[in-house]
Design a protein around this ligand. Structure first.
Ligand code: 5AD
Ligand code: SF4
Length: 341
């Protein structure tokens, strides 16, 4: 498929349903050639809702006066045990940028999880840290790190974040993570305020250049009490097209069907898989803390048990002809060496 910038712009804006169907079909062909008809499950554990940052879009930003929590090591291990029994072989520990999550504490948790579940991958998603800190986490056994770049356009980045958050530092973190041997996840929201076709083209160029092992993209969803609470949500259709384009551009990428898509459309995650995605991330967090981890409104499965979210997502994937294997689901491409610039 032709991925010249003029064709990409056409694919993002066309109202021709045949062209869009062809795009999704080609994306699925590319995915199936690398990974087969498999959807990999990751167990999401929301480890802390404390955050020092003030991203304008996020319901957990520092200025939100909401009840916050953090999970203990024992609570996290308990989530992993439940998850392991349900067939999860990757645990994603995600949280805000919480100063309490020192290197020592995070390393201790990572070591404990790896010791008890040596056949599982540990993914961290704890925001920006220094290179030495990332090195310690890697040393402790963390395999992967998710840090969305949010937008590859520096001016747009400055529109979404307060001045103290620097685009250059974000990029430096992604570079450090790659150099330290993590499988790296980048990504962005679709439909964030002031996003345009031009900024999206920069996101696509960035992905084409850096070739992250994972790319998380989902629609922007306004969060009550944030500066963007009255902004419109992002488009499901545009998100699906971007997923398909990213798959075709980078056939080996691990591409989640995000909960944000499932929140905006009842079949959002199934549609993402049909557009070339191959990862789902059901929530393994304890039931009583889920509602407190509200990065945006009406987040999926807020009141359900781990087993319930896992069974629901498995059934949904099987219903569209996909297998859900009990495997780590590692990146299958050759090691990417590209740098952010
Ligand atoms: N809508 C959609 N996604 C959001 N994120 C944060 N706030 C929102 C929102 N309101 C995404 C960001 C962040 C990830 C953890 O969640 O891209 O990196
Ligand atoms: Fe904190 Fe992440 Fe929310 Fe930004 S997006 S405010 S870093 S939790």
């Amino acid at each position: 498929m032709n991925l010249s910038s003029s064709n990409l712009e056409r694919l993002l804006t066309t109202s021709d349903p045949v062209a869009v169907d062809d795009l999704y079909e080609e994306a699925c062909r590319q995915r199936d050639a690398v990974y087969g008809r498999k959807v990999f499950m990751r167990g999401l554990i929301e480890v802390s809702s404390h955050c020092r940052n003030n991203c304008l879009y996020c319901g957990l930003r520092r200025d939100m006066k909401c009840e916050r929590y953090r999970l203990s090591k024992e609570q996290i291990l308990h989530c992993c045990r439940t998850g392991y029994g349900l067939g999860f072989r990757t645990f994603v520990m995600q949280g805000g940028e919480d100063g309490w999550m020192t290197d020592e504490r995070v390393c201790d948790i990572v070591r404990a999880v790896k010791a008890e579940f040596p056949d599982c991958a540990v993914t961290l998603s704890l925001g920006e840290r220094g290179r030495e800190s990332f090195a310690r986490l890697r040393e402790a056994g963390a395999d992967r790190y998710l840090l969305r770049h949010e937008t590859a356009d520096p001016a747009h980045y400055a529109r979404l974040h307060p001045a103290e958050m620097r685009f250059e530092h974000r990029m430096q973190c992604l570079q450090d993570l790659r150099e330290l041997g993590f499988q790296v996840g980048a990504g962005f929201m679709v439909g964030s305020p002031d996003q345009s076709i031009a900024t999206l083209m920069k996101d696509l160029e960035f992905i084409d250049r850096f070739r992250p092992e994972m790319v998380g993209i989902g629609p922007f969803i306004p969060a009550a009490g944030t500066p963007f609470e009255h902004e419109p949500a992002g488009s499901v259709e545009l998100t699906l097209r971007l997923l398909a384009i990213i798959r075709i551009m980078h056939p080996h990428v691990l591409l989640p069907a995000t909960s944000a898509l499932g929140t905006l459309h009842p079949q959002g995650r199934e549609r993402a898989i049909r557009a070339g995605a191959n990862v789902v991330m059901p929530n393994l967090s304890p039931q009583d803390t889920r509602a407190l981890y509200s990065i945006y409104n009406n987040k999926l499965a807020t009141g359900s048990e781990a087993a319930e979210s896992a069974a629901d997502i498995r059934a949904r994937m099987k219903a569209i002809g996909m297998e859900v294997p009990t495997e780590r689901g590692d990146y299958q491409g050759t090691k990417n060496q590209a740098s952010v610039q």
